[in-house]
Design a binder for this molecule. Structure first.
Ligand code: UT7
Length: 331
């Protein structure tokens, strides 16, 4: 083991301009603002419009936001990882294109997909690259164009998901800041409850599957909800216990934004003051890999060097976990 830890040293974010409000959804499916707000906490979400614009469009904008705010020379970036469940295309990695478009010409790049836990698992991966001492600047981007896999006639999914992206830079730290501990888990028994069955390698898209809309995402919301509440909270408790942290020592809960009730349940389980719970679900809905870095981007000005952040996420697969990170700068 080295004494190098992986710290977040910069953040950026991007959401598309088009706002899909609950009021607009009322005209599309049998739902209403009261139901959506009370059951999920969501008021509006962003949707990426425009031909040929995929996840990379948002990943690039989020990365450029980080680069410009921090005067970063993109040629100094060693690695670009794009966490996404909605890559631009098959085979051609979204990250390689993203890296080239932002001018990270000395970097290698790859994608990570663990559904809504993609960014959380990505944090674990890039931390290992930094801890070796070999890589000095690693850009981790969480981006998803969920609107590309949503059936806007299905009220169980279309009310929750939105599009967006966030980016963070990881650098080595020798003051004990950055990544401290992680608890990550997967259970494939969960894949029946949140999935798009056609268009991947097991089932090709056919005329029949298109008619049945099986290329879109289906979720058994109740089962996903129950598992998310239990596992996200359980992972956060394990991380706190393992690190002898009590709730007073936690400065922020950075939880995946899928449903406000899931986030509240996690915060309650660790007895956390609601003021310490980052929340932007009302504006963006569930942006899958975008939720955690977009929270950091929105809350960056409130974060102080040394703050204890507890990350938590749960998503399709099932994949879930929690990460303990000490914030490395005051902006
Ligand atoms: O990122 C990880 C992946 N996703 C998640 O973590 C999402 C987890 N699940 C959820 O957030 C929630 O299950 C939903 C928001 C999807 C649904 O909320 P719920 O409280 O679990 O609702 P439900 O499916 O149990 O439905 C309750 C009632 C039903 O009516 P009846 O049978 O009680 O008369 C539904 O038909 O609400 C009805 N309903 C709706 N009503 C208005 C379901 N969806 C809607 C809707 N608008 N959009």
């Amino acid at each position: 083991m080295t004494n190098i830890s992986a710290a977040i040293t910069a953040v950026g974010g991007y959401v598309p301009e088009f706002i899909l409000t609950n009021q607009i959804l009322e005209t599309m499916v049998d739902t209403n603002d009261d139901w959506i707000t009370s059951r999920t906490g969501i008021k509006e979400r962003r949707i990426l419009k425009g031909d040929n614009k995929g996840t990379s469009f948002m990943a690039i904008q989020a990365a450029k936001d980080l680069i410009q705010k921090n005067n970063l020379d993109p040629k100094t970036i060693d690695l670009v990882v794009v966490a996404t469940a909605t890559p631009d295309m098959k085979a051609a990695s979204t990250s390689a294109y993203t890296a080239s478009e932002i001018g990270a010409t000395n970097a290698f790049a790859f994608d990570v997909d663990a559904a809504c836990s993609s960014f959380l698992f990505g944090m674990s991966i890039v931390a290992r690259y930094i801890e070796t001492g070999i890589y000095k600047k690693v850009l981790l981007i969480g981006a998803d164009k969920n609107s590309s896999m949503i059936n806007y006639e299905d009220r169980a999914t279309c009310i929750i998901f939105g599009d967006g992206a966030g980016a963070v830079l990881f650098e080595p730290n020798q003051e004990g800041l950055g990544m401290q501990d992680e608890y990550l888990r997967s259970d494939g028994a969960g894949r029946e409850f949140l999935r798009g069955t056609h268009g991947g390698s097991s089932n090709a898209i056919t005329e029949k599957s298109l008619k049945e809309k099986n290329h879109f995402i289906y979720q058994d919301g109740k089962t996903v909800f129950k598992n998310a509440v239990f596992n996200m909270a359980d992972a956060a408790v394990k991380i706190l216990d393992r690190n002898n942290l009590d709730n007073d020592q936690v400065d922020w809960l950075v939880a995946h934004q899928a449903n406000k009730r899931i986030i509240d349940a996690t915060a309650n389980r660790i007895n956390l003051d609601p003021k310490k719970v980052m929340m932007n679900i009302e504006k963006y809905g569930n942006t899958t890999s975008g939720t955690l870095p977009l929270l950091l981007s929105d809350y960056e000005s409130k974060l102080k060097k040394g703050d204890n952040l507890i990350f938590a996420a749960f998503g399709g697969g099932f994949n879930w976990g929690s990460i303990y990170l000490k914030w490395a700068y005051t902006s």
